[in-house]
Design a protein around this ligand. Structure first.
Ligand code: PLP
Length: 360
């Protein structure tokens, strides 16, 4: 029983048992090698013009909407700018689900914020777990037709690093064509070998794509994400968004990231990270105690180690932070490693060497 304090008595009933999202920053601070939040290891330089910070920003800064539309190959009417993809998830729940009545569908193991956003608004969460190879269980998903308003898919999926097959996503879009929006979270799309769905927006009025500048663009600190969808969906999201969601400095920095030079720099950094990902996944094979789980389509790897708890503790003591995924469906003893820069990856390998040597 919670203590009988004023706050506990007033707290919304549906929040009494809710655990807040355990973001990497909430869990552990300190350490030198943050390999636990899938951030970019590269910090880039930007310039800020502070001459009109006395003014409120545009709700949807036009230049930024246009720049992202061009980058994604969609029209400006198909773009919404939000405070990170996380805010877009929340806006979708608020715009399309009636509290206490409607539900969303998730496919675990996957990103935790879909369920948490739903629960904070008293919206139900159904789960159709991924199959053992992390593909979609289409029969299970279809069995929720008519029972859910939003279906959340994540590709490349966090934390499994797997890309969903086109045919599977298409089957979900078609199966829910007249009864749910299908939200395809593409936070890691720049690290994948194919980028197919943005071009299909005109074909699927129930498709919503989520994007972010937090991962490939190295801008987790500015909180800037996007929803790409039919203009009617964007208009519905604009009903629930805050009046001034995108701070002016955020728009300025995001615009610089989306200039031709900015895009070139991001492409080069994504290339480096893909090479480092390849090197790290090769290097990890040397320990029979470790197995790579899932795919390598994101800027992270997932590995299984019988002694994952001990390993996690050992690494934390040495300032190296990974993300424990062992409580997720089908991911017992799994840890997720964000790809760091060369020095960080090397420090990780050295620490692993010592850990397994000490265990032997
Ligand atoms: C990191 C992440 C997000 C959140 O992105 P922000 O733009 O930083 O809010 C959304 N979805 C997935 C799958 C992620 O891994």
């Amino acid at each position: 029983m919670p203590e009988n304090t004023l706050v506990n008595r007033l707290l919304s009933a549906h929040l009494q048992d809710l655990e807040p999202y355990q973001s990497a920053r909430r869990l552990i601070s300190g350490g030198q090698d943050w390999l636990n939040a899938n951030e970019s290891p590269y910090a880039n330089e930007y310039v800020l013009d502070c001459s009109s910070l006395n003014r409120y920003p545009d709700c949807q800064p036009k230049a930024l909407v246009d720049a992202y539309a061009q980058y994604a190959g969609v029209t400006r009417e198909q773009v919404l700018v939000s405070r990170g993809a996380d805010e877009a998830i929340e806006l979708l729940v608020r715009a399309f689900c009636t509290p206490g009545r409607d539900k969303i569908l998730i496919c675990p193991p996957t990103y935790g914020m879909y369920a948490i956003s739903a629960k904070t608004f008293n919206v139900g969460v159904e789960a159709a777990p991924l199959r053992d190879d992390f593909s979609l269980d289409l029969d299970a998903i279809r069995s929720y037709r008519g029972q859910v308003n939003l279906v959340f898919l994540c590709s490349p999926n966090n934390p499994t690093g797997t890309l969903l097959a086109k045919e599977q996503v298409q089957a979900v879009l078609e199966g829910f064509a007249d009864n749910a929006l299908v939200v395809l979270d593409e936070a890691y799309i720049e690290f994948a070998d194919e980028n197919y769905w943005a071009d299909q927006l005109n074909r699927y009025p129930n498709l919503v794509i989520l994007r972010t500048l937090s991962k490939a663009f190295g801008l987790a600190g500015i909180r800037c994400g996007f929803a790409l969808a039919a203009p009617e969906v964007i208009a519905a999201l604009l009903k629930v968004i805050a009046p001034y969601p995108v701070p002016q400095p955020v728009a300025q920095i995001a615009l610089q990231a989306l200039t031709p030079q900015g895009l070139q720099r991001t492409a080069a950094q994504v290339n480096s990270l893909k090479q480092l990902r390849q090197q790290l996944s090769q290097a990890l094979l040397r320990w029979p105690q470790l197995t790579l789980v899932g795919g390598t389509s994101g800027n992270f790897l997932l590995l299984r180690c019988t002694d994952s708890q001990a390993l996690m503790t050992y690494l934390v003591e040495r300032g190296i932070l990974l993300r424990d995924q062992s409580k997720q469906h089908n991911l017992q003893h799994c840890l997720r490693i964000s790809i760091g820069d060369e020095a960080q990856n090397q420090r990780l390998l050295t620490a692993l060497d010592r850990f397994f040597a000490e265990q032997a």
